[in-house]
Design a binder for this molecule. Sequence first.
Ligand code: HEM
Length: 332
Amino acid sequence: MLDDGHFQGTSGLSARQPPDHTRIRSFVNKAFTPKRVASMEPFIRELAVTTISRFEKDGQADLVTQLSYDLPALVIFRLLGIPDQDVPDIKEWALSRVLMNFGNPSEQEQLGHAGNLVKYWQYCVELVNSRLQHPTDDLPGDMARVFNSGDHTVSTHEMAGLVYGMLTAGHETTTNLLWNSFRDLLTHRSQWEALVADPARIPNAIEEMLRFAPSVFTWKRKVKRPVTVAGVELPVGANVLLLLGSANHDSEHFVDGDELDITRKNARDHLAFGLGIHYCLGAPLARLESRVVLEELTRRLPNLRLKEQEFTFAANTSFRGPDHVLVQWEVE
Ligand code: HEM
């Protein structure tokens, strides 16, 4: 089905090696600039305020379905110049991609997901082609301008791969980070209250949240050269699953690593965004989104409390966030 649908969705960056990786990452860095990320703040704030005001008077909400399911998707889609009405389709296609790569779907389910992947890839190809014709004020438009100015260090196929990658990497991850943050801050309520009292603590709290319960808690890698880790010899070509979430609790590096402490001095040493040449491209955007949402939520609903509930999670190897976070508060 994938071949019939001309599916050629290849990894934008994460599974590539130098010199390919260096070439493509240098190209996208010219478009994914700090200025482009910072320009998103007013939109993110407006989105957070509008979304919270929809349930502010209800006295109860599911912060997953009512606040942070769509928000990071709407942000990355705005950055990539995708209209709001395409959000449900792309969320569904991106989930198919996650489940095909990190889940355990049955043969029948795989067919459905493959159909989605074909549509997803075609969407990315068409998006890049349209920007090359008419570069708009968004990230693919910026890439098209770089390309049209004569920088052909990446092909249009690779540009489509970058969009394809960012459309998945750019929302499930941040969505899950927000969900984990709501749950953990409210479970450790004194830490929530500390943020309400002093929002200047939010940036460090986000680092601690990334450390404590990273939304990408494992990552897959292949061994490139023979190496011995903690006495275990790993041969070339071995598949390894890096336990980022476990490293983040390493008591040799983080004092009382199993405790949540939003004032932790070295919280930023976490591996939630990876390390080295593959360090997360979207980390500044994820940090910005989380800061704005937490600023607005602590300001508007300081009395939030968790309802009695059991947290459940979608089954997969790498992406983790609760299905629901039910909260309540007194309405004045
Ligand atoms: C809380 C949110 C996020 C988390 C926890 C996260 C996590 C990660 C991790 C662990 C890696 C390293 C993978 C590796 O070693 O190959 C990575 C890479 C990457 N992330 Fe994120 N990510 C987040 C948000 C985003 C966003 C918003 C974007 C949107 C642009 C994004 C785009 C990417 C890309 C393109 C790479 C590959 C970079 C490369 O290989 O050079 N991520 N991310």
